[in-house]
Design a protein around this ligand. Sequence first.
Ligand SMILES: [Zn+2]
Length: 140
Amino acid sequence: MKVKIVPTALGEWKETYQVSIPELELPNDPHFKVVTAEIVYNQTDRRLLMDIQLSVKASTECYHCGEPMTFLIFPYLHLEFYRVENPNRDSGDDDIKFIGLLQTDIDLSQDLRDAIVLSLPMRITCCDEDRMEHILFSGD
Ligand SMILES: [Zn+2]
């Protein structure tokens, strides 16, 4: 998923996106249905911050009883970009990314995919009493 950021748009603003599932190249199981991203941007002269709240709906079969089920997860990520003359050099820090001084398109696919995959629970169940709090099952 690419976002468009005008370098001169300074300050804070918020956008909500429907993210294309094929674009994220997520695994086949669970089956991902909907991903939305609410992004709060904060841009100063050389720095661009993104606070990204994802809402992900996916379906799978319950690990315990095998019944089909739908679940939601809400991965969150914070990204920091710095505008530099040569954005291709390595920042030496995974949390800091470089973009060009006048760059408008930023591809977030890899970061969103990583955040989603990392927040997937190991075992997704509809019937486990002590299932993890962040899984809200729905009957679909
Ligand atoms: Zn179950």
